[in-house]
Design a protein around this ligand. Structure first.
Ligand code: GLY
Length: 378
């Protein structure tokens, strides 16, 4: 029997999220919020990896409601990122997160030629981080003087490769896609475990390309399962499949999605690490939930009807629980949309607070449920 979906709450959630965002836009303007503290978003410098999410959220709302004040702020944020793009030294692999949600979004919605050029420049910088021997995109630059992390690749980069797929589609030049696929093939080979969980960090020998070690990074330990990293893999592999049509990416996305969905607690909102134990293991990460939900909704659209309900109903359960149990709709003094995000538990940074990427993916997933695109990663 066909199940009837009760999604009346989706419109309510969308209106409440929009109302709060319009109010937030008056204080935040063209700044770069990251994590909530005492009801207010703390603002970061434009070079931090999270700089695209606020303008990306404004574009997502603008695409549906046409509010010109939101568009104007998103455009000012994008211009402020020029100093980062042209300054070069602070750029790392997060070029995808930053320029997909600003310049690609602007170009897709308005056809702005300058935005197209900015996104192509970003794609070129991202391509140049490819290590031919190890077939991975280098994640970071040295954090401190003397540090060498030229062999480090991380699962989060599954999302950044969408910028390369976009650049090939836009220019007709397959080089960018070749690099994206080479990196994603490396993800299949070295990041995904047999049970569908993923490693956060793989450290390669940058000269030979051999794997030196696999690390826990933002997760509980080397063999644990950091939930946001798992969400990056679900969504990133699904995107790689939608861009390339390669079945291996689809099968991997499904394996990781099954791991994610079968590890959720009773309220369907993930703990920060699926394998953390004791009291620590009770801490949630709502951002992992909203990011995975958006990826699962895309996955549901790409697979056969007989399979799609697994991903769609999984996403709906996460989204409804986030709406009913973690939303701030009745807290006018709270800027974040979702409580209980966890940015970096091992370093005790931003634990149990709103996170701008949690909010962004929540709004994006609501837009998917409303069929109100466009979606900038695709
Ligand atoms: N990309 C960094 C994080 O997920 O915290």
């Amino acid at each position: 029997m066909k199940q009837v979906e009760n999604t009346a709450w989706v419109e309510e959630a969308w209106s409440k999220a929009l109302e709060k965002t319009v109010i937030n836009s008056q204080r935040i303007g063209a700044e770069f919020p990251h994590a909530g503290q005492s009801g207010k978003y703390v603002l970061e410098a434009p070079d931090w990896w999270t700089a695209g999410f606020w303008p990306g959220m404004l574009w997502q709302f603008y695409g549906e409601c046409g509010d010109e004040s939101l568009r104007a702020i998103a455009e000012r944020c994008e211009k402020r990122l020029d100093e980062v793009l042209d300054g070069y030294v602070k750029l790392d692999h997060d070029l995808g997160f930053m320029w997909i949600l600003t310049s690609v979004a602007n170009f897709k919605l308005t056809g702005n030629g300058m935005s197209r050029i900015r996104a192509l420049k970003a794609a070129n910088y991202l391509s140049a981080r490819f290590n031919l021997k190890g077939r991975y995109i280098r994640a970071w630059n040295p954090w401190r003087e003397g540090e060498n992390n030229s062999g480090v690749a991380i699962i989060d980069c599954c999302m950044n490769t969408s910028l390369l797929f976009w650049a090939s589609a836009e220019t007709g030049d397959p080089r960018y896609r070749h690099i994206a696929e080479a990196h994603m093939d490396t993800v299949l080979e070295h990041f995904i475990r047999a049970d569908g969980s993923v490693y956060h960090i793989v450290n390669f020998n940058p000269e030979t390309g051999e794997v030196k070690e696999k690390l826990g990074g933002q997760g509980y330990g080397p063999e644990s399962a950091w939930s946001r990293g798992t969400a990056w893999a679900v969504y990133g592999l699904t995107l790689a499949y939608s861009h390339s049509g390669k079945q291996e990416y689809l099968h991997a996305a499904q394996r990781v999605a099954h791991f994610f969905l079968t590890r959720l607690p009773e309220d369907h909102v993930p703990h920060w690490d699926f394998r953390a134990s004791g009291e620590t293991g009770e801490i949630r990460d709502t951002s992992a939930g909203s990011c995975a939900a958006s990826g699962l909704l895309l996955l549901a659209r790409l697979v056969d009807h007989s399979e799609s309900h697994v991903y769609r109903s999984g996403a709906l359960k996460i989204m409804e629980s986030l709406y009913r149990n973690y939303g701030t709709w009745n807290q006018p003094d709270e800027e974040g949309l979702l409580l209980h995000g966890t940015s970096n538990y091992p370093e005790n940074r931003n634990v149990g607070v709103p996170l701008i990427y949690g909010d962004f993916f929540y709004v994006e997933a609501l837009a998917r449920l409303k069929e109100a695109g466009p979606f900038y990663w695709e």
